[in-house]
Ligand binder design. Structure first.
Ligand code: ASP
Ligand code: MG
Length: 457
């Protein structure tokens, strides 16, 4: 049995967070944890900024901008490690600082090398955090060892967004991690980073540590991948709108994917793809409330017909309606319409059509004026700004009868538009005016979760 425990940047932000993390890992030692960690919060951003400054030829300023980052790592080490070990870590940071200074100079001098140097510089965030964490764990009595993720995750050379290559990644991950586990030691790897097969450092894209955790989990065929953050799993609704919202115990991968659009707090479907392929469960845990079980995302969710899992919403949406008699019985019309959005690189979220009209929603209305003028060549265009999308999600929606009635009864006096049920049949989505979204979400939550609220009392 092995478990991946992935900790984000806030879980290693300072000495207090690191100590808390160490106690979480220590108390779960029997799960045979493999730890994957992000850079300390803000560190990746600072490293990126230093490359931007260096690209303008200001190498000294670029170096200067990183001094507080080096100090922060050393101070944190002082606070959680014995003086001797903290000193050893400080020496490593100083060495790295001069290496990074050299890299920034090259970055300024050789523009053609910038993509590769970019990833090498940025990777230091995870190298520092994984080194420091392995030391903190060891001092907390948890035998542990840093494992360089670049020796495990083999990628192509698409810098800043490199693609892991299989089966090499799986083979190297097993070869590097199993011997550490066999010694009853906890391997600690930096997320987000990898290397090409000839050893050039790459990164997997912003937020890529979750992806690393999923890849390593798939390689080791673990029982569970735990993503530790500082929020309480996935909630039944936004707690700012519905104070009685509670944690969803279990979601299917498909339910989690539907919810992902509505907030970064839910896993991005792409990042857990390797886990999905092997049906590995992903648990979202809260490092501030480690004993709560969080939300389990897995192949099957527990579902009773006509129940739902969560109500998500998003404000600041614009809806667009195009009406044209030319659509009737004609082909090519929808293609022409969507090409307009394609040309303006604008993502369309919800779409509904009738014989003579198409309605859709957009998050990003920046190109709207040009989009409108092009759409007007196709039909009459109506724009409604200040809209919100509400999405009711649950595998139980597959048993549709009764659900629509329950939804619309609860909000019968609130006008809705753009009603759609996704092809996956597990979401029911519609738009309301932004001013009414909080009222609508509160009422829906009450309607669908009132029994839970009563039983909790
Ligand atoms: N440190 C990287 C970032 O900030 C990767 C991660 O945290 O997941 O994007
Ligand atoms: Mg993240």
């Amino acid at each position: 049995m092995t478990t991946i425990m992935k900790f984000g940047g806030t879980s290693v932000a300072d000495a207090a967070a690191l100590k808390n993390l160490a106690s979480i890992v220590r108390s779960r030692f029997e799960l045979r944890p493999v730890v994957v960690v992000s850079a300390m919060s803000g560190v990746t951003d600072s490293l990126l900024t230093s490359t931007v400054i260096a690209a303008q030829g200001q190498v000294d300023e670029a170096n200067q901008s990183l001094q507080s980052l080096f100090t922060r790592h050393k101070m944190t080490a002082n606070e959680c490690l014995s003086p001797e070990i903290a000193n050893a870590f400080a020496i490593e940071v100083d060495c790295a600082a001069s290496t990074i200074a050299g890299l920034l100079k090259l970055f300024a001098d050789y523009p053609s090398l910038q993509p590769e140097l970019h990833d090498t510089i940025v990777s230091w965030g995870e190298t520092f955090s994984s080194k420091l964490l392995a030391m903190v764990l060891s001092e907390a009595g948890v035998k542990s060892q840093q494992v360089d993720a670049r020796g495990c995750i083999v990628t192509n050379d698409n810098y800043t967004c490199a693609l892991p290559l299989m089966p090499e990644t799986f083979e190297r991950t097993l070869a590097n991690i199993l011997p550490v586990l066999d010694q009853d030691s906890v391997p600690v790897l930096g997320g987000f980073i990898g290397a090409t097969s000839d050893g050039r450092t790459t990164t997997l894209g912003r937020g890529g540590s979750d992806y690393s955790a999923a890849i390593i989990g798939a390689a080791l065929r673990v029982d569970e991948i735990q993503i530790w953050t500082d929020v309480t799993g996935v909630l039944t609704a936004d707690p700012r709108v519905v104070p009685e919202a509670h944690t969803v115990e279990r979601l299917s991968y498909a339910e989690a994917a539907e919810l992902a659009y509505f907030g970064a707090k839910v896993l991005h479907p792409k990042t857990i793809q390797p886990a999905i392929e092997d049906s590995i469960s992903v648990r979202i845990c809260n490092s501030r409330a480690p004993d709560e079980s969080g939300t389990l995302v897995c192949a099957q969710s527990i579902t009773a017909p006509r129940t739902i899992k969560a109500i998500a919403h998003k404000s600041g949406v614009t809806t667009v309606q195009v009406t044209s008699a030319r659509m009737l019985g004609a082909y090519g019309f929808l293609r022409a319409l969507f090409e307009v959005f394609d040309r303006h690189r604008t993502v369309v979220d919800v779409v509904t059509t009738s014989e003579v009209s198409v309605s859709l929603s957009l998050d990003d209305a920046r190109s709207l004026p040009s989009i409108i003028s092009e759409l007007e060549t196709l039909g009459t265009v109506r724009i409604d700004r200040g809209q919100a999308i509400i999405c009711v999600v649950g595998e139980g929606l597959k048993e549709m009868s009764g659900i629509a009635a329950k939804v619309f009864n609860a909000i019968e006096d609130i006008p809705v538009s753009l009603i759609s049920q996704g092809a996956s049949s597990i979401n029911f989505t519609f738009a309301v005016a932004e001013e009414q979204v909080h009222e609508a979400v509160s009422r829906l939550h009450h309607e669908f979760f009132k029994e839970k609220a009563i039983s909790a009392v």
